[in-house]
Design a protein around this ligand. Structure first.
Ligand SMILES: NC(=O)c1ccc[n+]([C@@H]2O[C@H](COP(=O)([O-])OP(=O)(O)OC[C@H]3O[C@@H](n4cnc5c(N)ncnc54)[C@H](OP(=O)(O)O)[C@@H]3O)[C@@H](O)[C@H]2O)c1
Length: 330
């Protein structure tokens, strides 16, 4: 039997301590199965949270880490007609994506067009749908509307800026470094301010024409409070991440006198519950934008699995300016 390697953990804990690069058996694909080679897989905050045991979904252990990734079909078992060698697929989250190969049931694989830029395709399944749904599903936005967001340097933040511009909406972005501010301006952010700025005042100056009715929060704590204060009457704060780990609190006055709405969003649930047709339409739309170069996130660096400790340290660096990817077979 052939072997393959993967980053696995046997107990939850600090990723750099509990992950190990392990050699595992790789069976030949049986009837209805395919053998897939992983091309690229990002390190997302939720992957690290899952290994640490603080995410909503925890994998049965031992588990292969990573939830997003792109693979190429290498071999097909009997009876597989929907895939052939060379096709691209999403590596299923449940199998773990920080691995060289996997054998999977063909029925569990999502096809991916293989004319997309490879690195962008590997990051197409989580953050672009998150940005797209949050812009669509909470507030009925009109052209010229402003959207507030913190952690604007994040991949989700970049996608929000790009998708908002395509729809004629403007983004008011909060970042935590001057370097991040310059990057977000270059990426097309309409207004950019630093964390700690009087956001309500800044919004009143720049966006007095239309106070924002939607704010997207992935930071928590004081940053989230600042977003709520800057929202228009009846505005909605959507929380989808908590990078500081600080709870989301709200000013009582805002809630009462400004009819503030507090919502949460988790793309995993949306993807599980969406009707197949809606899901395919969204992916096709986002894949088209990626193909045209209108939707992309920067990549900070790509690592082999052998260099996983360096990759994890890089992923934890403030201001890394892009995603850290594993390219397990390059
Ligand atoms: N709910 C959902 O369905 C869903 C889906 C996708 C993502 N998310 C969440 O969305 C967030 C962004 O994900 P991503 O993959 O786009 O992230 P990413 O590209 O890895 O970027 C991380 C971002 O967090 C910022 N950050 C880190 N620590 C911070 C702190 N202590 N205070 C303020 N900002 C901090 C970074 O700022 P610097 O650039 O300055 O370092 C950067 O903007 C994460 O919390 C993730 O878990 C949620």
């Amino acid at each position: 039997m052939q072997t393959t390697r993967a980053l696995r953990y046997h107990q939850e804990g600090t990723p750099g301590e509990v992950l190990t690069l392990e050699t595992m058996e790789l069976p030949a694909p049986e009837s209805g199965q395919v053998l897939v080679k992983t091309l690229a897989a990002p390190v997302n905050p939720s992957d690290l949270g899952q290994v640490a045991g603080v995410y909503a979904i925890l994998k049965p252990r031992p588990a292969v880490a990573g939830n997003e990734g792109l693979g190429e079909v290498i071999e097909t078992g009997d009876g597989v007609e929907e895939f052939q060698p060379g096709d691209w697929v999403r590596v299923p989250a449940e199998s773990g994506t920080w691995r060289e190969h996997l054998v999977a049931d063909a029925a569990d694989l999502m096809p991916v067009p293989n004319d997309l830029p490879l690195e962008q395709a590997a990051m197409a399944f989580v953050n672009p749908p998150t940005a797209w749904r949050m812009l669509r599903d909470f507030v009925d936005l009109e052209r010229g509307d402003w959207i507030l967001q913190n952690a604007a340097t994040s991949a989700v933040g970049r996608y929000v800026i790009q998708l908002a511009r395509l729809s004629g909406w403007k983004t008011f972005n909060v970042v935590r470094s001057e370097r991040g501010a310059a990057a977000v301006r270059d990426a097309g952010g309409d207004a950019v301010v630093m964390e700690g700025t009087d956001l309500k005042k800044a919004v009143a100056e720049h966006a007095a024409d239309r106070r924002p009715r939607l704010a997207l929060n992935s930071v928590g704590g004081e940053s989230a409070i600042a977003l709520t204060r800057a929202l228009a009457f009846g505005g909605t704060l959507v929380t989808f991440g908590g990078m500081t780990g600080d709870p989301v609190r709200f000013p009582t006055r805002q809630l009462i006198f400004n009819d503030l709405r507090l919502r949460g969003f988790w793309v995993t649930r949306w993807l599980q519950e969406a009707p197949g047709r809606e899901l395919r339409a969204m992916h096709d739309y986002l894949f088209d934008l990626i193909r045209m170069g209108k939707l992309f996130a920067p990549v900070a660096a790509a690592y082999s699995l052998d260099d996983y400790k360096k990759a994890l340290a890089h992923a934890n660096e403030p201001g890394r300016g892009g995603k850290v990817l594993f390219m397990p077979n390059s």
